[in-house]
Design a protein around this ligand. Sequence first.
Ligand SMILES: Nc1ncnc2c1ncn2[C@@H]1O[C@H](COP(=O)(O)OP(=O)(O)OP(=O)(O)O)[C@@H](O)[C@H]1O
Length: 503
Amino acid sequence: MVLSLLPFNQNLVIKSKTGTGKTLAYLVAAFDFLMRVYIVDPSRAIKRHNLGILVVVPTQELSKQVFDIAQKIFSEYKLDVILLKGGMSYGLKSQMVLKNRHDIVIGTPQSILYFSAQNLFFGTSIKSTSMLILDEADKLLKSENLIAISEIIKKCPKNIRTILTSATVDKKTMDIFGRNFYDYKYKLIESTENTNMIIVDAIKQSYIKSAWDIQLPLLYHVILTRIAQANAKNNMGCKIIIFLPTVSSSSLFANVFEVLLGSKDNIYPKYSSAGQSNSINIFHLTGRVEQAQRTDLSIKFKTYDCSENRSAILFTTDVTSRGIDYPNVDLVLQIGLPFNNTQYVHRVGRSGRAGAKGESIIFLSDSDKAIIKILKESYDLDLKINQEFRNDVTVSLRHALKKAENEIEMLRNGYYDKDNLIANTGNTDLNNMTILMQKYANKMEIVKNITPLHDLRSSLSSLLNFYKLVSKYYEIDNDRNNLSVISLVKLFDKGIKKPNIAT
Ligand SMILES: Nc1ncnc2c1ncn2[C@@H]1O[C@H](COP(=O)(O)OP(=O)(O)OP(=O)(O)O)[C@@H](O)[C@H]1O
């Protein structure tokens, strides 16, 4: 679509649903533009300190992803693509910029500003930029990034050509851009007539009613059900992304599921059901993970091979919600609320990419319900309750969990034959909630003993802070909600001391 509008003489705003190929579209448009610049003024193509295209993206992961695609297009024509990535030594970055031409430079606002301040040559070359691209423009023009973007734009020439893109770019974004930077005329390219519909139809969306004191066992049930269903079909595993509101809560959940499902810390390997423990890999990626490790994790999850019943589960925060293209993600789960309606859209859009089918389920406690109305109003989206994991499933799960915990209590007090209990947990019949919860409760004993109290504490206070922050947006009753979130502690009640959390 973008190509059909070429040659163009205008700024572009590219808006299309998540996962429909905006990156390639803007890179091809940018490539075409740069070729025209070089034909009109061949000296620009050979001068070392001219910058052709500057691509600004919100995260390091996204900058690497755009770099990989840009290299495929630009390198064919011996054009230089430079990635300003975090964690590179200053000397190495300097060398790259000095040695190479600057046909296309990709970075986050922070890496671009850092490097332009540190390196005189890059600082000078940015003044000659021909085209500026803001990928995930609505995110980049939010208050937290606005100062940095403003600094970058001040360094660029006044007559610069621009491309702004995102699935959720809207008039408000364009107004912010126009008001703060240029008196802006642009050509809007939209891939859909119904501008409200931002999520592709191929993603099946639903919600599950889930109070915080049941989140972990219910999540365990949902994950194992989906994996069993995938295994039954051609021995394939699942790729699942699980979003949590904060870094600490995502760490807590990742650590718990590492024990519940992963191969590490599997203290009693013989209790794991056949083919399960070694075939589920837990990944954990947040902004607090060191950059080199983040890149490594990201590549491993992206290229994960789900054949032979192998599954990968990524616990993450919004660092992964925008633009990141992990192919073949079967399921996106959200525990609790996203920051706002656009974050919901971007998270869901990690599934169902490039025409693939996908699924999204959000776990909502009673206080979280306002999001259903907000999604209806903003995107005309009818989020329906999930029929497979309805209330009666939660009720029977609660019942089975209580029974399993009582059994363990009896075992602890010497009333049960340990081997008898363990033998039950080896059963793989997921339809049998009693057995499933026995298995869960048994593993949770390990979790409770190894989870540091301070992890539980920091996870809870981060959740409470997050909900306080978004309570106005979602019209949440803070006091009621706090009690609900704190009930997550119940899941850790035995084995470790209950923390005293101030509300
Ligand atoms: N012409 C094409 N034919 C087939 N696949 C394509 C085409 N263009 C892009 N893709 C693939 O589509 C997937 C999604 O592309 P991309 O990441 O650019 O989506 P996006 O629209 O930017 O999504 P988001 O809004 O989530 O950032 C990628 O795996 C990409 O390789």
